[in-house]
Design a protein around this ligand. Sequence first.
Ligand SMILES: Cc1ncc(COP(=O)(O)O)c(C=O)c1O
Length: 408
Amino acid sequence: VVVDVYSQLVAEGWLRGRPGSGTRVAMAAPFEASPPPPAPHPAPCFDFRAGVPDVAGFPRTAWLRSTAAILHDAPASRLLYPADQGLMELREALAVYLGRVRGVLATPETIVVCAGVAQGLHLLAEELTSAGAAPLAIEDPAQRRERDLITATGLELLSVGVGDDGLDTDRLVQTDARAVLVTPAHQFPLGVVMGPDRRADLVVWASRRGGLVIEDDYDAEFRFDRHPVGALQGLAPEHTVYLGSVSKTLAPGLRLGWIVAPRPLAERLARRKQQDDLGSPALDQLTLAHFVESGSYDRHIRRMCQRYRERRNALLSALALHLPGAETSGVSAGIHVLVQLPEGVDEDRVVEAAECRSVRVEGLRQHCVSARRPPALVLGYASLTPSAIDEGVRQLAAAVGDTLVSAH
Ligand SMILES: Cc1ncc(COP(=O)(O)O)c(C=O)c1O
């Protein structure tokens, strides 16, 4: 036993034996103390970053009910790898929901379940790259993360400006792009809605050029003054890839989204998704299907819509009170507002000065490529209570004042 123990410890590197001299405890590799990690940035007291929903309002009880129902009823086979396009239960529920709420023309065969809009875009960009596609046109400004994600696949991007009624389709027609990424229901970050003429132009462009419109419908459920415009996909389903997710409606951490695409393309995207990760988590897919079909999703969205309307109003009132020189633009929708800074104010310096006052805000410039736009902030308001919004904007106004004082 002793000999066995010794040889095992030698084999594992704990002991070192040399013939003719005894067995010794192996010297451990000198321990190099790594420098302590930098102290994490203290969380800001007022986080106005765009696109962050109120996850404190996540419908835990209703979600738990759906999870319990699924765990009780779902056959064991549902815990195997999901079908390439996602579980049929969820695709059926989404086809009905998206048709009813967004006017999307979808069947379960044209839907691919994915890990949010980000993965949908990534799969699509890879598909376009491998098909040797011409450059992809993208709005300028556009969500910077999305632009970076697409560029990383090697797909060339071509920026097209955005006006008060959405993408400059006259400019698009002059380019050699064969695909275009748009946010028609609520442009990110400007907050405008694509007008009917622009929508019609896009449909004509797509059918004449055999082009593809990629519609990012990231926050369309939240429109506060009227019904949201229907999805563009409903006008040209054969030329549109529609992307959506629960990131704004429920929680971004769920990483659940969907692609609606013409069937052959949907199948190709599903194969790519399958090669990437063998499918999105089955239990979450089933739970979401149950959550949608039981009406809990509609109820939750109605509740959040009310909450976000109040918060948006609180933001507008606080801006009018504390920063009267700032103007907002965009329609009454979504979970962010574009705030034009008063003349002569430097956007980057305001972002820095606000951080010093524990207010986190994002400038517009990071989302712009070539469009030169006046200084502005993209303010998210969904995760802050009305009183926090008021105090946060008061601090933001003070930060704007700080930059003016230091400039003189
Ligand atoms: C323009 C835009 N599209 C889509 C998304 C959502 O992405 P995902 O569904 O991957 O969470 C966001 C989130 O911030 C966004 O700003």
